[in-house]
Every structure is written in structure tokens, then in C-alpha cells.
Ligand binder design. Structure first.
Ligand SMILES: NC(=O)c1ccc[n+]([C@@H]2O[C@H](COP(=O)([O-])OP(=O)(O)OC[C@H]3O[C@@H](n4cnc5c(N)ncnc54)[C@H](OP(=O)(O)O)[C@@H]3O)[C@@H](O)[C@H]2O)c1
Length: 251
């Protein structure tokens, strides 16, 4: 799982500090970055999961990218499908964060319209910090079951209501920033990425290109009814074997 930097300033076998430096976002500004893995042919999953595409280098960076974040944003579909655990970083990450004045752990922020999330899952019960669920206001979906789910969830999370039929990504950012959560790291999935892109709410993308042609019918990493071409600028290129780890910022 050696990771080299190809560009800028080629260097071999970067340690974690060097990886954190090369993937660093401007600390003085609010930012929202997404992290994805894709096969060469654009498939975002293997056997329905992103983990099938990744290797040890991708997992190493996946973990490190959480370190500087105030919040980790995840769509409900990804949390359910990938069986998300509590947002609890290891001791080394906690020491790194607290030395820099950050909270020991980032806040897990979920996006869901239906609120079909199990309040007894470890993602909530084992959380070191109360997670946040961003959803649409009651009334936009007149559903008694949803109202009950909302009530049960409210016992274990903070609920932010925004938007109408869809959660409004820009107002999610504003609401999080008001709570001091200015640096947001997103872990997908495709519908969250698509809706945040459509709203112009994504500043950067960390993209691992897994050295594989998957074929099949797996979807790609951004999915929204409205196409929103967004120019991106290449910021760094890392490599581990035949895998590329690319950082793009909004152009
Ligand atoms: N390749 C990668 O790096 C990567 C990363 C993450 C996930 N994935 C894969 O992607 C698949 C899941 O895809 P997905 O598109 O379903 O994931 P997703 O974007 O995480 O979840 C979609 C769900 O999020 C909620 N949602 C998203 N945008 C919303 C909005 N603007 N307003 C209200 N709710 C919103 C809805 O939740 P409710 O249904 O609860 O209303 C929606 O059904 C899994 O197979 C996962 O493994 C791949």
C-alpha cells in the first residue's frame, strides 16, 4: 500500500502527514469535498458495494480524508447499503485532530427524505457525537409512518429540516456552518453527489481510479435528473501500483 506522488513534486512512499498535506483543503474557508472510487469504465460499485473496488491504499486514504473534517456527510442509501458504523476515529486520528484544535471525532451527517434509518443501529447508538440527519420538512411528505420514524430518530440524532421535495444542499452547508461544521467531507453516494453537484455545493473531489474494467450495469458516481457540467481543476495525482488517486477542485 505504498502511495507515491506523481504530480506536483514527485515523491515516493508518502507517509500519512505527507498524504494529509497533499490532500489538504484551505483551512480558512468553508469547504465540502466528496470522496469516490470508480473503476476505469466508470462503475462505482462491484457486487453492489464500493468496497469491492478498493484496495489497501484506497482504504488508507479513505480513512485519512476523514481526519481534517468537522463533519462526514453520507447519503442514507450508502449508509444502509454499506452498513455504516459510528463515526469514531482511531486514537492516532483523535490525537492528530485534538492537537490542531479539532473535535476528537467528526459529526456524522446523513441525508434522507424517507427517514428510513434504524435508530438502534450502531451508527447512532455507538456515536461519540450526536449525528445529524438532514431531511425535508414534515408536510412535504404526508406520511404517518414517516412521522413515526422521525419521532424515533429524533431520540438519537439532531434533525435539520430544509428544502421542499428534496433536501437543499446549500442550506445544509449553511446549517452545518452555523453549528461550527465548516469543513465537510462527503462519502457519497451517487444521489447525494448528484444533488449536491446540481446545487453547486461541491468544492472538490477525491477520486480513486481502481485499475479494473467492471463491465456490467453498475451505476456511476453522480446521479441526478439534471445534468450539471462542473469544470474541475486537477490538484494532485497520487499512485499506488496501477491505481490512481486524484484530487480535483472546482475550476
Ligand atoms: N464508488 C463509491 O465511491 C461509492 C460511494 C458511496 C456509495 N456508493 C454506492 O452507491 C450505492 C448507493 O447509491 P445511492 O445513490 O442510493 O446512495 P446515496 O446517494 O447515499 O443515497 C440515496 C438516498 O439518499 C437520500 N438523498 C440523497 N439526496 C437527497 C436529497 N437531495 N434530498 C433528500 N434525500 C436525499 C435519499 O434517502 P432516503 O431513501 O432515505 O429518502 C436517497 O434515497 C451503494 O451501492 C453504495 O455502495 C459508491
Amino acid at each position: 500500500m505504498l502511495i507515491d506522488r506523481l504530480w506536483p513534486d514527485p515523491a515516493s512512499d508518502l507517509d500519512d502527514e505527507a498524504l494529509l498535506a497533499v490532500t489538504r483543503m484551505p483551512p480558512g474557508r468553508e469547504w465540502l469535498r466528496m470522496n469516490f472510487i470508480s473503476a476505469i469504465d466508470g462503475a462505482a460499485t462491484r457486487d453492489g458495494l464500493s468496497g469491492g473496488l478498493g484496495d489497501a491504499a484506497d482504504r488508507r486514504l479513505f480513512d485519512l480524508l476523514r481526519w481534517p473534517a468537522d463533519a462526514v456527510l453520507v447519503g442514507a442509501g450508502t449508509a444502509r447499503r454499506e452498513e455504516y458504523a459510528a463515526m469514531r476515529l482511531d486514537d492516532r486520528a483523535v490525537a492528530w485532530r485534538t492537537a490542531r484544535g479539532l473535535a476528537p471525532h467528526p459529526v456524522l451527517v446523513l441525508v434522507s427524505r424517507t427517514l428510513d434509518l434504524d435508530p438502534s443501529s450502531a451508527m447512532f447508538t455507538d456515536a461519540p457525537v450526536r449525528p445529524i440527519v438532514c431531511t425535508v420538512p414534515a408536510g412535504s411528505t404526508e406520511d404517518e409512518d414517516r412521522a413515526q420514524r422521525r419521532e424515533r430518530l429524533a431520540a438519537v440524532v439532531e434533525i435539520i429540516e430544509t428544502g421542499a421535495d428534496d433536501v437543499d444542499p446549500l442550506s445544509v452547508r449553511t446549517s452545518l456552518a452555523r453549528r461550527g461544521l465548516r469543513h465537510v467531507h462527503g462519502e457519497g453516494g451517487p444521489h447525494v453527489f448528484g444533488s449536491f453537484l446540481a446545487a453547486g455545493a461541491v468544492d472538490a473531489l477525491h477520486l480513486t481510479i481502481a485499475p479494473s474494467l467492471e463491465g456490467g450495469s453498475a451505476g456511476r458516481m453522480a446521479n441526478h435528473p439534471t445534468a450539471t457540467p462542473t469544470d474541475m481543476r486537477l490538484a494532485s495525482v497520487l499512485r499506488s501500483g496501477s491505481e490512481l488517486l486524484l484530487q480535483y477542485v472546482r475550476g
